[in-house]
Design a protein around this ligand. Structure first.
Ligand SMILES: [Zn+2]
Length: 225
């Protein structure tokens, strides 16, 4: 059994090398490298085969020798593969990517999938049709969360008008991760973000947003007369 210090990004991490395996101290790794608060980092029973209690010397000033739970590199990789990233902050995602790169694993997206609000300056860049669709949904559900489409990168309300249903997504978040504009309908036709008014929807999808605007103005004028 041999202790070594390695560098993961800027952080030095004590590791224990055995003949077959390298072990990482779990709490230390969770807190210092993955920026998870203790308690958030507890590993479930399914990883117990990978975990061993080992003596780690944290140094005279920083805790001395302690007997702590350590996870093998193989177990750590398993944990990272199955780690739920939906709720991680941007900082935690960046931190996780440093570790993933160190282990030569595929990195994750550093953007947040969900946001509570999206600033007006971003929404104002969307075309008028989409802004109208957004306003309609916000009138019904002012506190709706927003999801980033994994394809075009735009944030839209997490609503069936913007993201199609996907039975594989589970009950908690049942909608697709790509928006309707990037996706396809169940009958394999190009899909579109849904406007509550089906006539407006058809005009936009057939003729584009400029005609949609003219059509909308015309209807507004007709109503005035
Ligand atoms: Zn999209």
């Amino acid at each position: 059994m041999l202790q070594e210090e390695i560098k993961i990004g800027e952080i030095s991490v004590p590791i224990i090398k055995e003949v077959e395996n390298t072990y990482y101290p779990i709490s230390y790794l969770m807190e210092k490298v993955l920026l998870k608060k203790t308690g958030q980092g507890g590993l479930k029973k399914e990883y117990s085969n990978y975990i061993k209690k080992l003596e780690v010397n944290y140094g005279y000033d920083t805790g001395g020798i302690q007997k702590v739970n350590c996870i093998s590199e193989e177990g750590l990789k398993e944990y990272l593969k199955h780690c739920k990233i939906g709720r991680l902050s941007v900082e935690q995602r960046k931190a996780m990517n440093v570790l993933l790169e160190y282990l030569h694993m595929e990195t994750i997206s550093e953007d947040e999938r969900f946001l509570k609000t999206v600033p007006d300056k971003i929404i104002n860049k969307y075309n008028e049709y989409i802004r109208d669709c957004i306003n309609y949904v916000l009138e019904q559900e002012p506190n709706i969360i927003w999801q980033k489409c994994t394809k075009c990168g735009n944030y839209y309300p997490y609503h069936i008008n913007f993201f199609g249903e996907n039975q594989h997504c589970g009950k908690e978040y049942p909608l697709n991760t790509i928006c309707r504009n990037c996706g396809w309908t169940e009958t394999r036709r190009k899909d579109y973000i849904i406007h509550p008014n089906s006539e407006f929807r058809t005009v936009n999808n057939k003729y584009g947003v400029d005609i949609y605007k003219l059509y909308k103005d015309q209807i507004r004028l007709d109503k005035l007369h």
